[in-house]
Design a protein around this ligand. Structure first.
Ligand SMILES: NC(=O)c1ccc[n+]([C@@H]2O[C@H](COP(=O)([O-])OP(=O)(O)OC[C@H]3O[C@@H](n4cnc5c(N)ncnc54)[C@H](O)[C@@H]3O)[C@@H](O)[C@H]2O)c1
Ligand SMILES: N[C@@H](CCC=O)C(=O)O
Length: 543
């Protein structure tokens, strides 16, 4: 236990490196990519103190170059899920009892390792494994992950400092215990930072974790685990397994010591998990904490007073960075009729100038989508949209998976604001635009609010302050992250805590104090200094 009231260093957002031609970081990143491509990595599961190699090897390849082999990971089965649960339970007491400053140190060290010696390795892994451009990898696997780790340590300290009042003769204390049992982190393919943060935030609060990443993110997940190990994370605190989701769920959601789920991924998967947990609720020792950040159908709403060039740039970046595979990506836009001709021209010009290809070529703004399943699904949406007479595809619309999973950035203009691509999450480089009569701003705000079941991110672009105020009010429940005169992507830890409500999740804001609180179970301790020795109150008449 600490013998002093320690203060963790004040967190600052990790500066984003530019990778501009001639820069030191550009050369270092290119070298890391070459090294990664030059040999095949053999990736084990990490269960307790063991590196587990099952021999059931799954091939990993860059989505933009699927014939190249980056390495293999060893897939596990039900037995490995059980081993990981047992390892987490075995490690629990010692980890929970460790002074919080030591937990803090491990994750602060992990942040420094990522900022320094591992920066290019983890960015190269994310660029190759998930097909991110240098900038997209830098803001994710380097900066956002580093920020999550540093800010969470700071928020943990703030939580521990929050103590109740005490009246004379009494000292009230609050203890922030880890959850009783083990926890489960299930992470998506699209952000290395999220993959690292979900297990780390639970472990930071004294929990032990079974971590199951998406198979398409294992290449960078392995680097995260190496960083945690080098930072001194004890064996069994985070157990990384590669097991089919339902196989893992079947064991974990039936275990009496299952204490919490930290999920990021699609809405349907999360809702199924919640349903299973609900059905099994009588089996658990405690009510499990459930946190899930899920899908989005994020909007850009434009007022007639907006600047057309600002609008088209918000769309070019907001919809197409990382091939639209951000939960926050702009995928539906509402443009007033007076601005449409200009916005259309600027947007088409931008799209014509995009270069598409592998992440090794730093000239490419657009890379590949994550895998064949995703490619086929996106292509299906494009073909369905093409057949609808209410739609016109004004840019893109082509796709090719011969070398990598490439889908051209595609813009659909629709006359039907309820058409499929205005409502459903596509998770690819497809933007649908509805041009509304410029004087129907308020009615269109209502349309934006009601069109989709999601409520993750959205933005309003306008010069008129009354319009901004009206949109902020009318769209109050339409987004958990709302942007004024900006694109709806690119939240920064500590600045724009991230998460949405409605169908988009439990809105427990990743990288914020409220999220960490979900991984603590508070115990209130009241100590009385002079304990009463007579039950009688003063109002009682004496004989
Ligand atoms: N709201 C947010 O903060 C946020 C952030 C990133 C991604 N997302 C969402 O994530 C989705 C894209 O990521 P994805 O394709 O990896 O999502 P996904 O739902 O397919 O997978 C997420 C995780 O769940 C696992 N999984 C899938 N089926 C499972 C099952 N039946 N049982 C147990 N585990 C199972 C996957 O293996 C993966 O680890 C999009 O919907 C996106 O909007 C949301
Ligand atoms: N936090 C990221 C999105 C994460 C989801 O994919 C953003 O704000 O763009």
């Amino acid at each position: 236990m600490p013998k002093g009231f320690f203060q963790v260093p004040d967190p600052k957002n990790e500066p984003v490196l530019s990778y501009a031609p001639g820069s030191k970081e550009r050369a270092a990143l290119k070298k890391a990519i070459e090294e990664a491509r030059a040999h095949e990595t053999d990736i084990p599961m990490y269960i307790g103190a063991e590196e587990v190699r099952t021999g059931n090897k799954k091939r990993l390849s860059p989505p933009h170059d699927h014939k190249h082999t980056l390495g293999h990971f060893h897939e596990g089965d039900a037995k490995h899920v059980e081993q990981a649960v047992n390892a987490a339970l075995a490690a629990k007491q010692q980890w929970a009892d460790l002074g919080w400053e030591h937990r803090a140190s491990i994750f602060l060290k992990a942040a420094d390792l990522l900022a320094g010696p591992y920066r290019y390795k983890i960015n190269a892994a994310t660029m190759l494994g998930q097909s991110k451009s240098p900038f997209q990898a830098e803001i994710d696997s380097a900066c956002e992950l580093i920020d999550f780790l540093r800010f969470n340590v700071y928020f943990m300290q703030q939580i521990y400092q929050e103590q109740p009042a005490s009246s004379p003769g009494v000292w009230n204390r609050m203890e922030y215990r880890p959850l009783e049992g083990f926890t489960f982190a299930v992470t998506p393919f699209n952000f290395t930072a999220i993959a690292g943060n979900l297990p780390a935030s639970m472990a930071l609060m004294g929990n032990t974790v079974v971590w199951k990443p998406a198979y398409t993110q294992v290449y960078a997940a392995n680097v995260i685990m190496q960083v945690f190990k080098e930072a001194g994370l004890p064996d069994g605190v985070i157990n990384l397994i590669y097991v089919d989701g339902p196989v893992a769920g079947d064991i974990i959601f039936n275990h009496k010591d299952f204490a919490g789920l930290h999920f990021t991924g699609s809405t349907a998967v999360f809702q199924n998990m919640w349903k299973t947990i609900g059905q099994n609720i009588h089996k658990y020792k405690s009510y499990p904490r459930i946190v899930g950040e899920t899908g989005g159908k994020d909007f850009v709403m434009v007022h007639k007073t907006a600047n057309a060039k600002e609008v088209s740039t918000a769309l070019s970046r907001g919809a197409f960075e990382y091939q639209g595979q951000k939960c926050s990506a702009a995928s539906r836009a509402y443009i007033p009729s007076n601005l449409w001709d200009d916005v259309k021209k600027f947007l088409i010009d931008d799209l014509k100038s995009f270069k598409m290809g592998g992440t090794e070529d730093f000239g490419n703004f657009i890379n590949a989508v994550i895998d064949e399943r995703s490619f086929d699904k996106i292509a299906g949406y494009i073909e369905q949209a093409r057949k609808n007479p209410m739609n016109e595809i004004i840019a893109g619309g082509k796709y090719d998976k011969s070398k990598g999973y490439f889908v051209e950035p595609t813009v659909i203009v629709t006359k039907d604001p309820s058409s499929v691509t205005m409502c459903e999450e596509i998770f690819g480089p497809v933007l649908t635009i509805y041009v509304y009569p410029e004087n129907q701003f308020e009615e269109t705000l209502e349309l934006v609010d009601k069109t989709s079941p999601y409520a993750l991110t959205g933005s309003i672009l306008a010069k008129d302050r009354y319009a901004i105020e009206l949109a902020t009010k009318k769209l109050s429940n339409a987004a958990g992250n709302f942007y004024i005169n900006d694109k709806p992507t690119g939240a920064v830890v500590g600045q724009q805590p991230f998460g949405g409500a409605r169908g988009s999740g439990t809105n427990d804001k990743a990288g914020a104090k409220v999220n960490l609180l979900r991984w603590a179970s508070m115990r209130t301790i009241k100590e009385t200094f002079v304990t009463p020795v007579d039950y009688r109150y003063p109002f009682l008449d004496k004989e």
